[in-house]
Design a protein around this ligand. Structure first.
Ligand code: GLC
Length: 498
């Protein structure tokens, strides 16, 4: 039997029974713990690894701004800067009933949205949790499941779907599919690559709108797929519907991404499509891909490299892997495992639970940072309840400080992305509102403040002109508004083939 690398281990006996063993390194009754001084020394090391100086941030912003430009020049670039065929801002008068289907990172949601105009709306929705299996099973099955959920929703909220089909009624639907798709028109989208841990085969390189339409037809669902959109584009449109000062939308959730409005004459890759030069079109940046493959600009620690290399998409989504909720817990877990390997933490305790990849949820970082007690009782709870590990106060203070470093780096890098769009659109002098959504933005304590601090580190006092705010639900309301805008645009004959 090989010696355990860590203070504990598991042996499988020939009978198949497993035994856990603990390695004690001294004679004392109490479990050996790292001293306060050791933890403080380690913290200093991690501080220098995870801290982003203003100067470094400005360098990232410059490279980022250039990547955005390159993406607008031609197709197939690292940051793809996808034209979404959402032309211009909503008027605020959009009205009517629309369905929205939201396939994000974690859930599937079906919504019925009633737009009343004047920035007012009502929404009824059903949520279904996606299983891990569904994320990796055949793509067509995923869209069959989507169609099934839409049909069930219609039957329970709007009437008999079979009757609707017979009488030729079709409900307009906006499909929020939050993965990078290159679009030739608004009701089309070829999946460039899965992100956020999805890997359903037979989907990359395919038109997901066509796959979903096929599923709707096969199941007789009375729906007309009007627009395929992304959560960021939806957020941009939904935010402006209620707050016209919004110029940029960002999502910091399981994944991270941004959208903003660009003028046709600034998009060389759309030359020759016949759009008027001053027409505006929403761009889905897919900025999570910034610095993918080459890894030239972002400061990656060895933990980030492990996250990347052990992911189902090594090399891809380099920016997202340093920022988004899917990865932050895993980064912290890898640091802890490293310190276990070095014999610094949890000597003599059974560490198998914390050694399981992705067992450390990003929500734990939020909880650790917001623990209000002197003893850090919340952190005691997390470690004993989820990982069966005992901690000392010095260790808990270290974990909290580590969470802060990782959370802060995520927010400061997010500020770099926002700053790149602010540069691109020269928004600094006049300032602008940035509509933001996603679990990190909404639930991580201090995330927004850290983004704002980051913007000031990049731009000085003028950074105060850029303010993020919690956005309206882009994947539901935004998708419905986009469906309404698209129907109207086509009825009025503006770019009807797009
Ligand atoms: C990932 C997706 C992107 C989405 C973002 C936030 O980056 O590729 O489309 O907007 O996550 O959900």
């Amino acid at each position: 039997m090989p010696a355990s690398r860590r203070g504990s281990g598991t042996i499988t006996l020939p009978t198949g029974v497993t035994l856990n063993y603990h390695t004690r390194t001294n004679e004392e009754e109490d479990l050996p713990h790292a001293t306060k001084k050791t933890m403080a020394d380690h913290l200093r090391k991690f501080e220098s690894l995870f801290t982003l100086t203003p100067q470094r941030m400005r360098m990232i912003v410059d490279a980022f701004t250039e990547s955005l430009e390159i993406g607008l020049e031609s197709s197939g670039q690292v940051v793809p800067m996808i034209p979404t065929f959402v032309f211009g801002w909503p008027s605020g008068h959009e009205s009517g009933e629309y369905l929205a289907l939201d396939l994000g990172g974690t859930n599937l949601r079906v919504c019925l949205v009633t737009l009343h105009g004047g920035g007012k709306f009502e929404i009824t929705q059903s949520k279904y949790r996606l299983t891990e299996e569904q994320k990796h099973d055949d793509g067509q099955k995923l869209f069959d499941f989507c169609a099934d959920c839409v049909k069930t929703f219609i039957n329970s909220n709007l009437g008999d779907s079979e009757e609707m089909i017979k009488s030729g009624v079709k409900l307009p639907l906006g499909f929020t599919f939050s993965y990078p798709c290159s679009q030739e028109r608004i009701d089309h989208g070829v999946l460039i690559r899965w992100t956020k841990g999805f890997s359903a085969p037979n989907t990359e390189g395919c038109d997901v709108a066509a796959m979903f339409r096929e599923a709707l037809e096969a199941q007789n669902v009375p729906v007309d797929l009007v627009a395929l959109t992304c959560d960021t584009t939806g957020t941009l449109i939904a935010s402006t519907y209620v707050n016209p000062k919004t110029k940029i939308a960002v999502i910091f959730g399981t994944g991270c991404n941004a959208a903003y409005m660009e003028t046709i004459k600034e998009i060389p890759k759309l030359k020759g499509c016949g759009f008027a030069d001053d027409t505006e079109i929403a761009i889905n940046c897919e900025w999570g891909a910034f610095d993918s493959f080459q890894h030239e600009h972002l400061p990656r620690t060895k933990y980030d490299i492990t996250v990347d290399e052990s992911s189902n998409k090594p090399g891809e989504q380099a920016f997202e892997k340093l920022i988004s909720g899917r990865y932050l817990g895993e980064i912290l877990r890898l640091v802890i495992c490293d310190l276990i390997d070095e014999g610094v933490l949890f000597l003599g305790q059974n560490t198998y639970k914390i050694e399981i990849p992705y067992s450390f949820d990003t929500a734990f970082l939020s909880l650790m940072e917001s623990d209000p007690t002197d003893e850090l009782l919340m952190i005691i709870g997390i470690f004993t309840h989820f990982f069966a590990l005992e901690t000392t106060l010095a260790e808990r203070q270290f974990f909290r400080a580590l969470a802060k470093l990782i959370g802060k780096r995520s927010a400061r890098l997010s500020a770099c992305g926002i700053a790149a769009i602010v540069n691109r659109k020269s928004l600094l002098e006049d300032g602008c509102s940035v509509g933001a959504d996603g679990s990190l933005y909404n639930k991580y304590p201090g995330f927004a403040d850290r983004v704002h601090e980051g913007l000031q580190d990049i731009f000085g006092d003028k950074g105060l002109n850029i303010v993020t705010h919690h956005a309206e639900d882009g994947s539901g309301i935004g998708s419905a508004i986009i469906a309404a805008m698209t129907k109207k645009r086509k009825e009025t004959g503006l770019y009807p083939n797009y």
